[in-house]
Design a protein around this ligand. Sequence first.
Ligand code: GLN
Length: 210
Amino acid sequence: MGNETYNRKLRIGVLALQGDFEAHLKALQQAAFQLGIEVEAKAIRLPTQLDDLDGIIIPGGESTTIGKLMVLYGFNEVLQQKVREGFPIWGTCAGLILLARETDNALAGQPLLASMHIRVRRNAFGSQRESFETDLSVPVLGEAPFHAFFIRGPVIEAVGPEVEILATLDDGTIVAVREGTLLGTAFHPEVAGDPRFHHYFLRIVQSVKS
Ligand code: GLN
C-alpha cells in the first residue's frame, strides 16, 4: 500500500534560475490538491537535481538570461537527452522561447534548448499591446474559455507537422502548442488562478509515468 502511494507521487521541477518560478510552484501545489494527487514541486537550480524528476516547467522571465544560465550550469545536454527519452517539459512565455528550435533572434546566437519544431518571435505584440489579457478557447481544457495573461510574450510563427495547436488568438496567431510530451504556452497560466493548464501538464506527466 505505502509503496503504491510512493510510486504514484509525481516529482515536478520548476527551473528556478530566473523568472516567475514561485508562482508555478504554488500553482502546481494547488493543482495537485484539486486533482487529489501527490505532487512534490521543487525549485531546480542544478542539473543534478533533474535525476529523479518526472517533468519540469521552464517559467516566464527573460529567455536570454535563463538560456545563458542554462548553458553555464550545463542543463542543456541533460535536458535534451531527457527529451529524447520522453521527459515532459512545459515552457511558459520565456520557457516557450527556450523550447523552440528557432527564434527571430537566431543571429544574436541566443542559446536555446531547441526541442520543439516551432519558430517563435519574441516580444511579438509590440509596445502598444505589450501586455494584455484575453479569453482563449482551448478545446483540450474543456468548453470554458481560459483567461490568458500575455506579458511581453512571444508568438508561434510556424509549426512542424508533429505539433498540435492547442490555442490561437482570434486572428489565428498560435499561442499554445503540444508536441508529444512537450507543452508550450506564450502566456502565463501560473498567474491565471485557473488550474486547468497545470492539470493538463500533470496528466501528460502521469501518462508517461504509468
Ligand atoms: N520577453 C521575454 C523574452 O523574450 C519573455 C517574457 C516573459 O516570459 N513574460 O524572453
